[in-house]
Design a protein around this ligand. Structure first.
Ligand code: GTP
Ligand code: MG
Length: 197
């Protein structure tokens, strides 16, 4: 699938202010700096659609992008950003929780994980949580360009073994790089198939 048109629509603090839930929606979630906004840009083939930054905590609102007049991509703030005050972190957590429970058109949540890192409890707990509340999700390993193929394979195995401790069946997994654009076709094909069903 190719994306022909992608444009920024709105930024919302509250799920109630988001666009009407009348189109399928795909959201990107994960720790600050994992590469959510960069992945959105890479999929849309537009460098500056979503704002990215080397400093964690760049995305602070629920950002909707309209794709081909038919579906939405959503860039969410990162979780687990240590430099925020406790009150601010709580505010982001509530914003994300409300979004996840209230957005009836959420077709799939992409949970982004930095492919360089060992499994983190906060990410595993988060996936457990969304599994429990039955939100359809898949895992996207980001920044794969920063690893040698053998290192990537090893990290992936460690992660999958960890997930198997809790789950028999694992969610779909994508390996991506926003710089080399690897994983782009696979993710777009996956979205296209859900949109068709
Ligand atoms: P917050 O909005 O702060 O939660 O961060 P984010 O998850 O949206 O991350 P963002 O896309 O802003 O990227 C963070 C940093 O990682 C930026 O400096 C990006 O250029 C870099 N980055 C993101 N994806 C990749 C990738 O696939 N490869 C490499 N090498 N760098 C990446
Ligand atoms: Mg961002």
């Amino acid at each position: 699938m190719q994306i022909k048109e992608a444009s920024f629509l709105t930024s919302s603090v509250n799920p109630k202010d988001c666009p009407a839930p009348n189109k399928p929606e795909y959201a990107f979630i994960g720790r600050s700096n994992v590469g959510k906004s960069s992945l959105l840009n890479m999929l849309c083939n537009k460098k500056k659609l979503a704002k990215t930054s080397g400093t964690p905590g760049k995305t602070r609102l629920i950002n909707h992008f309209l794709i081909d007049h038919a579906w939405y991509m959503v860039d969410l703030p990162g979780y687990g950003y240590a430099k925020l005050s406790k009150t601010e972190r709580e505010k982001f957590k509530n914003m994300i929780d409300d979004y996840l429970t209230e957005r009836t058109n959420l077709a799939n949540l992409f949970v982004l994980i930095d492919s360089r890192h060992a499994p983190l409890k906060s990410d595993l707990d988060f996936m457990q949580h969304i599994g429990n509340i039955e939100i359809p999700f898949s895992i996207v390993f980001t920044k794969t360009d920063k690893l040698k193929p053998s290192e990537l394979e090893e990290n992936l195995k460690v992660y999958q073994d960890k997930l198997h401790e809790e789950w028999e069946d694992l969610p779909p997994v994508f390996l991506t790089s926003s710089t080399s654009k690897s994983g782009r076709e696979e993710m777009l094909r996956y979205i296209k198939n859900i949109n068709k069903s």
